[in-house]
Design a binder for this molecule. Structure first.
Ligand SMILES: [Zn+2]
Length: 269
């Protein structure tokens, strides 16, 4: 993601140091930012709208006034979701659709159709069905959290497959140790492991398991079958290899999750 652009010979940033950002050359705010796990984490209300906290407590702070003006004029803004320092996932357009001074929040409609449909402000009006809006906004939230999980896991594993060291971003995934539909399947680094596409599929299909001491085990029936080079180098060669781990201990896979997943592997034989 480019963090800025050139305009009349001047470098204009898209993201400001504060949540509501209005570059000097703009009359109205250009972007709003939420920090993941920040004090005012994004919240999607029951009608599917994002609650966006005011800058400070003063409704008349110039940033709040600016965003209110964007709301009145139905001007779209860019929504940045900060995954970690200096890294964002961007969503555009986001339309401010309400102002709640009592709760010190703006209401924003986050829509995923921006890529497929040219921006027509009318399409994002309050008339849009609230179930559709709820669905779209929830989808954006899921996408943001999935992207955040992938970025953080890949970074912790130094952008390589934890089984085979393959380092091509396009071929890497953040695999869940415990599936995200399970209660323990949270999108946290200690529930993730960076794997290449082949090893992600092999891990999910229980062809290869991670023993709780982080030694890889190829399932016996896979180990003994005679097959070609991909089987030999891609699967068989992983047997008894040690999982490549993140440098930070806090990012290592959680023992409880590895144990739980290992039981599933054993049961799959
Ligand atoms: Zn691999």
């Amino acid at each position: 993601l480019a963090h800025g652009f050139e305009y009349k010979g001047e470098r204009v940033s898209l993201v400001g140091p504060q949540g509501i950002f209005k570059p000097k050359i703009c009359d109205y705010p250009l972007s709003i930012t939420t920090v993941m796990h920040g004090p005012y984490a994004d919240r999607i209300d029951s009608s599917g709208l994002l609650s966006y906290r005011y800058r400070g407590e003063d409704p008349n702070h110039r940033d709040n006034v600016g965003l209110r003006e964007a709301w009145r004029r139905r001007l779209p803004v860019i929504y940045f979701f900060a995954i970690e320092k200096g890294r964002y996932v961007a969503t555009y357009p986001v339309i401010i659709v309400g102002d709640d001074p009592a709760a010190l929040t703006f209401k924003a409609q986050v829509d995923t159709l921006s890529k497929e449909t040219p921006l027509g402000v009318g399409e994002y009006s309050d008339d849009a069905g609230s179930s559709r809006r709820l669905y779209l906004t929830a989808q954006v939230k899921v996408r943001l959290h999935q992207r955040a999980f992938r970025e953080r896991v890949l970074r912790a594993y130094r952008e390589q497959c934890a089984f085979c060291r393959l380092k091509h971003d396009e071929l890497l995934d953040a695999a869940h140790i415990i599936a995200d539909k399970e209660p323990e399947g949270e999108p946290v680094i200690s529930n993730g492991v960076a794997l290449c596409k082949l090893h992600h599929a092999a891990f999910d299909s229980h062809f290869i398991g991670i023993r709780p001491d982080c030694v890889l085990q190829v399932r016996h029936d896979i180990l003994v079958e005679p097959d070609g080079p991909m089987h030999l180098y891609g699967l068989k060669a992983m047997h008894n290899q040690h999982l490549i781990l993140p440098h930070a201990l806090a990012h290592h896979p959680s023992m409880a999750r590895l144990e739980q997943r290992w039981q599933l592997f054993l049961a799959s034989k």
